[in-house]
Design a protein around this ligand. Structure first.
Ligand code: ADP
Ligand code: MG
Ligand code: ZN
Length: 613
C-alpha cells in the first residue's frame, strides 16, 4: 500500500469514527435525561396515578410523570421501561387511569440502517484489502478516477552534459538533438530529417534519466516526464488520456523534451504476457503511437524514452518515425567510475589520503547511482564520526556497507565459531592467491557484516567483460576453498559455506548450460529459464530431453567436484600458511592484501607502477 492509500484509509476511518461517536453520544444524552425504571415500579406508578402520558413503541414505553420523582438522588421526570411481554391489557389499564397514550410505529427501516452500519463498515474494509490482492486491480479501490501517472514538468533543468560523467558516445549522439532544439529553423530550412524519438537503453542507475534531463538543460527547453510504470495500474482509458495530455502540454511549451521513463512497462509487445490482455496498457501504447505519428518535428518536440529491456518492446515502437534511434549506456568502467566519483565529490571536502582512482578500482560493477550513493554514504560516515573531511576509510567502509550491509558489531561469535570463520576465509584467500591469473586480494576480514560472518574481498586489476573457462574453474576453486579448509582443520564443514555453494553451483550451471564449456554437453544453450521473460512466444523451448538433463546435472556436479579437488590440493600443500593466516586473522580480524601476501610469502607487484611487468 502506498502512502496515498494509507492516508485515504486513515481519513475514512476517522470520518466513520467521528460519526459513530456522535450517534452514540446523542443516544446517550437522551438516555441520560430519562430514568430507567423497572416494570414493577412502572405498574406501581400507574396504579398511584402518577403518570401523565406515555408513548408506546412495540414493547418500549417512554413516559412523563405528573410530578418529578427522586430516584438514586436524581430528579426523574421522564422515564423509560421495557415491558416483559406485549400486553394489550396494560394499554386498557393506562387509559382507565387517565394516562394519555400515544402509540408509535416502529421505524423498521431506521433500525435496519443503524444496526447494519457496523457490518457495512466491516465489508468496506474487507473489500478495500481484498481488492488490492486480486489480479491486476491492485490499487484501484482507493483511487476512483484519480490517475497516479503524474506529468512532471521542469521548465529548464539546470543539469548539463558536464554533470554526466563519461558516456561520451551517448552525449555525442544526443548533441544533435540539442542542436536541433536550439535552432530548429536552421534544420527545417535545410529540409533535414529530424529525429523524433530516441531510446536510451541501459541497466538501472547508469544515468538515463540524468542524461535526458541534461539534454533539456543543454538546449534550455522544458522537460516533461512521465513514468511508464505508473500507467500499468490504471483504469482503462485514463492512461491514454494522460498520454494525450502529455503531448498537448508539450506542444504548448515547445520546443520541449518529453521523457518517458520505463517505457517497457507500457511498451511491451501487445497480445502477450501472462494474465492476458492488459487493455489499459494496450490503449496507452496505442495512444502513444498515435501521438508520435501526430507531429512531424516542426513543432520542436523530441521524445526520449528509457528502458533496460529493449528486447521486449513492441516492434511498432521502434519503427521509423518513432523511437528509431537507440543510445546505449552501460555500466561504467574504471575510468568512468573515477570520473563519476569526481563529479559526486565536487562539493565534498576530501582528506589528503583519499585516492578516488583506488575507490574506482574497488568498485567494479557499481552503476553511477551506486557511486552517487557511495559518496553520500561516505560523507554520512564522516559526519557521524565528527570528522570535517571524508577519509579513504570512510569510502572503504561505505563500499563494504553497500555491498555487504553494515558491520554487525553486535554479532557475538564464540571463540570456536570465530576460529571456523577464520579458517574458512583463510581457505578462500590462499586458494585465490596460489592460483595464477587471479585478482589480488583487497582484504580478508572476519568482522561479521550483513549476512556474512567473514569476507575475502578481491581487488580486480581491470574490469572483466569475458570469462574464460579456466578463469571460471579457478573461481570455483576459490569458492570451494572455504569449506575445504574447514573440513581439513575441523574434520567437518559448517553451514557457513552454503552461500559459497550456491554461487558455485550457479556458475557451474551457466558454464554447462549457457557457455558451452562442457565437452560432454557440447555447444548448446539450454537455459530453460529464458521464457520467464515473456518474449514473443510464451514458451520457446519446452523442457529438455530427459537424457540431456541428466548429462547436464552430471557435468555440473563433475565441475564442482573438480574445483573442490583443486582447492584441496592447494590447501594441503600450503597447510602451514593456512594456519598462519588463520592465526593472524583471529588476532587482527581484518588483514589487508599487502599483509596477506607477506604472510604467504608472495612478492607483490609494486602498485605505483602497474604497467611494469
Ligand atoms: P537511470 O535512469 O539510468 O536508472 P539515473 O539517471 O536515475 O539512472 O541515475 C541515478 C543517479 O546516479 C543520478 O541522479 C546521478 O546522481 C548518478 N549517475 C548515474 N550515472 C551517472 C553519470 N554518468 N555521471 C554522474 N552521475 C551519474
Ligand atoms: Mg531512471
Ligand atoms: Zn565462504
Amino acid at each position: 500500500m502506498n502512502r496515498h492509500q494509507i492516508s485515504t484509509l486513515v481519513i475514512w476511518s476517522a470520518i466513520f469514527l467521528v460519526f459513530f461517536l456522535m450517534v452514540s453520544l446523542l443516544g446517550n444524552m437522551e438516555q441520560g435525561l430519562k430514568g430507567k425504571i423497572t416494570y414493577n415500579e412502572f405498574i406501581q406508578l400507574v396504579e398511584e396515578g402518577k403518570v401523565s402520558r406515555v408513548t408506546v413503541e412495540d414493547r418500549k414505553v417512554e413516559g412523563v410523570l405528573k410530578q418529578p420523582l427522586e430516584k438514586n438522588g436524581r430528579k426523574v421526570e421522564k422515564f423509560e421501561v421495557v415491558l416483559p411481554y406485549q400486553d394489550p391489557e396494560i394499554i386498557k389499564e393506562l387509559v382507565s387511569k387517565g394516562v394519555q397514550v400515544e402509540a408509535r410505529e416502529r421505524n423498521i427501516i431506521w433500525d435496519i440502517i443503524i444496526s447494519s452500519v457496523p457490518w457495512i463498515l466491516i465489508m468496506l474494509v474487507l473489500w478495500f484489502f481484498l481488492f488490492r490482492g486480486i489480479g491486476m486491480g491492485s490499487n484501484r479501490a482507493f483511487e476512483f478516477g484519480q490517475s497516479r501517472a503524474k506529468i512532471y514538468i521542469d521548465n529548464k533543468p539546470n543539469v548539463t552534459f558536464d554533470d554526466v560523467a563519461d558516456a561520451e558516445e551517448a552525449k555525442e549522439d544526443l548533441r544533435e538533438v540539442v542542436e536541433f532544439l536550439k535552432n530548429k529553423e536552421k534544420y527545417l530550412r535545410l529540409g533535414a530529417k529530424i529525429p523524433k524519438g530516441v531510446l536510451l537503453v541501459g541497466p538501472p542507475g547508469v544515468g538515463k534519466t540524468l542524461l535526458a534531463r541534461a539534454v533539456a538543460g543543454e538546449a534550455g527547453v522544458p522537460f516533461l516526464s512521465i513514468s511508464g510504470s505508473d500507467f500499468v495500474e490504471m483504469f482503462v482509458g485514463v492512461g491514454a488520456a494522460r498520454v494525450r495530455d502529455l503531448f498537448q502540454k508539450a506542444k504548448q511549451l515547445a520546443p520541449a523534451i518529453i521523457f518517458i521513463d520505463e517505457l517497457d512497462a507500457v511498451g511491451r509487445m501487445r497480445g502477450t504476457g501472462i494474465g492476458g490482455g492488459h487493455d489499459e496498457r494496450e490503449q496507452t501504447l496505442n495512444q502513444l503511437l498515435v501521438e508520435m505519428d501526430g507531429f512531424d518535428g516542426s513543432e520542436g518536440i523530441i521524445v526520449l524514452a528509457a528502458t533496460n529491456r529493449p528486447d521486449i518492446l513492441d516492434p511498432a515502437l521502434l519503427r521509423p518515425g518513432r523511437f528509431d534511434r537507440k543510445v546505449y549506456l552501460g555500466l561504467p568502467d574504471v575510468e568512468a567510475r573515477y570520473k563519476i566519483l569526481k563529479i559526486h565529490t565536487r562539493n565534498k571536502p576530501l582528506a589528503e589520503d583519499v585516492d578516488l582512482m583506488r575507490v574506482a578500482k574497488i568498485t567494479p560493477g557499481f552503476s553511477g547511482a551506486d557511486l552517487a550513493n557511495l559518496t553520500n554514504e561516505a560523507a554520512l560516515l564522516a559526519a557521524r564520526a565528527g570528522r570535517d573531511r571524508i577519509t579513504m576509510r570512510d569510502f572503504e567502509e561505505a563500499k563494504d556497507k553497500i555491498i555487504m550491509g553494515a558491520a554487525r558489531k553486535s554479532a557475538v561469535l564464540s571463540e570456536d565459531e570465530k576460529k571456523k570463520v577464520a579458517y574458512h576465509e583463510a581457505g578462500h584467500a590462499i586458494v585465490n592467491r596460489m592460483l595464477p591469473g587471479m585478482d589480488p586480494i583487497d582484504k580478508v576480514s572476519i568482522v561479521p557484516r550483513g549476512m556474512a560472518l567473514g569476507v575475502t574481498v578481491p581487488l580486480p586489476e581491470r574490469d572483466r567483460y569475458l570469462y574464460e573457462k579456466s578463469y571460471l574453474e579457478k573461481q570455483l576453486a576459490v569458492l570451494m576453498g572455504g569449506r575445504v579448509a574447514e573440513k581439513m582443520v575441523f574434520g567437518e564443514v559448517s553451514s557457513g559455506a552454503a552461500n559459497d555453494l550456491q554461487k558455485a553451483t550457479e556458475i557451474a550451471e551457466r558454464m554447462v548450460k549457457e557457455f558451452g564449456m562442457s565437452e560432454e554437453v557440447g555447444p548448446i544453450n539450454v537455459n530453460e529459464n529464458k521464457q520467464v521473460f515473456l518474449g514473443k512466444e510464451l514458451v520457446t523451448r519446452n523442457g529438455l530431453s530427459e537424457k540431456l538433463a541428466e548429462i547436464i546435472d552430471r557435468e555440473v556436479l563433475r565441475i564442482l567436484k573438480r574445483a573442490e579437488k583443486t582447492a584441496e590440493d592447494i590447501l594441503r600443500e600450503n597447510e602451514d600458511k593456512l594456519h598462519a593466516l588463520a592465526r593472524a586473522l583471529l588476532e587482527r580480524e581484518t588483514i589487508t592484501g599487502e599483509e596477506l601476501d607477506e604472510i604467504l610469502g608472495i612478492a607483490r607487484k609494486d602498485e605505483e607502477h602497474p604497467h611494469e611487468s
